[in-house]
Design a protein around this ligand. Sequence first.
Ligand code: ATP
Ligand code: MG
Length: 256
Amino acid sequence: MFHVEPKQSFRGRVIAISNQKGGVGKTTTVVNVAAFAGLAGWKTLVIDHDPQANASSVLLPQPAPQNLVTVYQGQIPLPTNEENVWLVPATSGLLDDELKLTRQDQGRHALRQKVLGWQQQFDLILIDCPPSLSALSTNALVASNFLLLPLQAEYFAMEGLGQLLAYVDDLQQQGADLQILGIVLTMYDKNNTMAVQVDNDLRLHFKHKVFQTAIPRDGILATAPSHGQSILSYDPLSAGSIAYAALTREVLRGLE
Ligand SMILES: Nc1ncnc2c1ncn2[C@@H]1O[C@H](COP(=O)(O)OP(=O)(O)OP(=O)(O)O)[C@@H](O)[C@H]1O
Ligand SMILES: [Mg+2]
């Protein structure tokens, strides 16, 4: 039904979905891009790297397996109900991990070490980041080839964007193999003058680094998680679903 890019020959591209601002659509983007990439035949791993564990509560198979541990404590990928999508779930143990990572000299490379192995097994790895620029986010960015940045089109969004891009710049200068894949506008309302202005400013400034597809505000996107489903499983013909199909197509093309 949806045409998404066929899988390329390369393996294991890693994308961090990050923005230190909370509630901008990071997790929604991770879950739905994973679902559409899976549909297109990309064997996709979601690493839930946020102690809030929102991606896990959508994707974990029910009943949830016992004895889950964090990625740093050796959790292995679990199959999900979404085709071709696997999950390394988050647990609240990530909060303890974060303290330990902060104290270790090479703490920022810990996730990268885990991901290196999974790059051989998966075509695409998506890391859902917490809303902070903490040790967990640093680990995710250092482990990733690309940053996908969801942004809500509102006035204060731009300030946070500058901080995050400056941070990425620092990491690049310290040797991180990280590129900006793009900025995606989320919860977009084309009838809101402020949103349209932010959209225009952003495209003027960042040009092709802003995805053509903006994700509309669509209540169905907010309902699907309560059913433990991506929008592709829950309501594939909804506006939000069509937008995430288009975004996934752009994301996968951007990896070439
Ligand atoms: N396009 C959309 N339309 C309507 N609701 C949305 C949309 N995208 C996300 N939401 C809802 O907005 C809320 C925040 O989204 P989400 O959890 O994806 O953001 P987040 O950036 O991961 O948040 P956090 O920073 O807490 O991890 C959720 O309730 C989600 O269902
Ligand atoms: Mg989230």
